[in-house]
Ligand binder design. Structure first.
Ligand code: SF4
Ligand code: SF4
Length: 206
């Protein structure tokens, strides 16, 4: 009411318009600042630093088992409904090119076609590639055994567009029936910032 009265006493139409514009620009600027601060705050809360991840995941491990027990009580599709939006949000906020930790710790599965493709990337014959980089588990599944992965340069995969499907799929939280893969989530909890932060967020709401 005060503002309306003040504006109405301004003598000239252009001055009134100027005042109204300034008022709206200030409001927009204020809302933008608040929104950016909220975004920053939510980013600040994410654990991205790998040293901190190691420490926090060790501290939180006992609570992880309580979390896993709670997850067991939730119906399969309901858990996907709860978890997947969180997975999407957190994945969008974490930059894998600043991390690369999965490529230091995982042994990604590779098919015969992928082995052939990767040997071409290395510019060596398939047999030589297998001798140097591939192992088989007791079920006969082949995987890259070198840690860190031979294709990791810094934090970045040097063959990103040619990488195996299992790398592209990691950490796999977006796939249906996540509840059935809680053991895999536990294994990656101390390695992958996406997994850690998704679990921590889920712990807050379950
Ligand atoms: S192939 Fe690329 S994405 Fe896969 S583990 Fe190696 S460096 Fe990482
Ligand atoms: S998937 Fe996880 S561990 Fe791998 S680079 Fe991204 S945040 Fe890091």
């Amino acid at each position: 009411m005060m503002m309306k009265t003040w504006v109405s006493v301004l003598p000239l139409y252009p001055l009134k318009m100027l005042f109204i514009r300034c008022f709206y620009y200030s409001l927009i600027s204020l809302f933008t600042k608040v929104w950016l601060n909220l975004e920053k705050h939510s980013m600040d809360k994410l654990v991205i630093d790998l040293e901190e991840l190691k420490k926090r995941s060790e501290e939180e491990l006992p609570a992880f088992f309580d979390f896993a027990k709670k997850v067991k009580q939730i119906p399969l599709s309901r858990f996907d409904e709860i978890a997947h939006p969180i997975v999407k949000e957190i994945t969008s906020k974490i930059d894998c090119t600043q991390c690369g930790n999965c490529c230091r710790h995982q042994e990604p599965g590779v098919s015969e076609d992928e082995i052939e493709r990767l040997s071409t990337c290395k510019n060596i014959p398939v047999k030589e590639f297998k001798d140097q980089f591939v192992a088989w588990d007791k079920e006969g599944i082949s995987f890259l055994f070198q840690k860190p992965c031979t294709f990791l340069h810094g934090n970045i995969c040097s063959i990103y567009t040619q990488r195996p499907g299992s790398c592209a799929d990691f950490p796999g939280l977006h796939r249906p029936r996540l509840k059935w893969r809680i053991k895999q989530v536990e294994e990656n909890y101390s390695i992958c910032p996406i997994v850690f932060n998704v679990v921590e967020k889920l712990k807050e709401i379950l």
